[in-house]
Design a protein around this ligand. Sequence first.
Ligand code: LRH
Ligand code: MN
Ligand code: MN
Length: 388
Amino acid sequence: MTAFDAITDQLAQQVIEVPSWAYGNSGTRFRVFGSPGTPRTVFEKLADAAQVNAYTGLAPRVALHYPWDKVDDWKALSDYAAEVGVELGTVNSNTFQDEDYKFGSLAHHDPAVRQKAIDHHLECIEIMDIIGSTDLKIWLADGTNYPGQGDIRRRQDWLADSLAKIYASLGAEQRLVLEYKFFEPAFYHTDVPDWGTSFAHVSALGEKAFVCLDTGHHAPGTNIEFIVAQLLRLGKLGSFDFNSRFYADDDLIVGAADPFQLFRIMYEVRRGGGFDPNSGVAFMLDQCHNVEDKIPGQIRSVLNVQEMTARALLVDTVELEAAQTAGDVLGASAIFMDAFYTDVRGDLARWRESRGLPADPMKAFRESGYLAKIAEERVGGTQAGWGA
Ligand code: LRH
Ligand code: MN
Ligand code: MN
């Protein structure tokens, strides 16, 4: 048995959740470039997401963003998802595109605005009940732009109070995950800027509340894998939003900017038991494809996660621990780097074929003609909701 053979059982369990918004047009505040065949409805977003799963076997779940994704009949949406071979996953709330939220939502100074934001989350939970979703993901744009603009201390109390009201409405099997981000759109202070703040809030809430780690939401140079290790150690890593960044919250393809960082993160996931199916860690993508084709962009993304997962699983942990405890600095480093430098692409291709999947999902999708088909069939695509 090769080293690769020894990790295939774990690889076979991997599930990556794709975001509905990745299939719509997106851009920066300067320009949104449309692409032919962009989904016009949530149903079409699901159809596109299903392609990613069909070619990779990695992405059976789709995260929704409400109200970017809004339908009259949620049951019909979840039935349709099943029909195309996926299921509906995390529901992301959205309290950042409404005039009333100019000065915040769950942390706003005005109780009426806070209540409106709480009610929005209760609506998300109702949707989750219908579609059978277990995770409510909260990311807040709340914050201030100038010192003195708001009472940053009291806003924490208001936020805690709002979150407690939402938490109280969760069903027995449902979870709340609180995402942090160090800046943007607020530029001076953000109400949930870091993992420590998220951790403080979810710890106060209780056992069904966890932290969401978006890899693009840290200051440059942050040791993200350390945060992963710490949150797993504390039992509070609920989910990832994977993407990569060169500068700020770039939302580029995961593993594109810094594959080594992705490897290091995946190693700490492994080390902390995060790949165990009952660990509760959800692996999501949070990306936008502004200039590249969206479906292949998503296929590339899930394959990047799979490749770095395979490499992380190849680390010889017995040898590594021996070198660490012997104080063999360079030996330990070499064991770690050997796994990182292992090219697993050939093994993965063969393994995919053995499971009835295309050896090269990117090529197989390109050759399928799906992009040309949707370009012809769909006219007048809608905006994903993200960007200008
Ligand atoms: C915020 C964020 C959050 C949103 C998504 C569209 O920057 O990462 O997860 O819901 O982008
Ligand atoms: Mn995110
Ligand atoms: Mn983001």
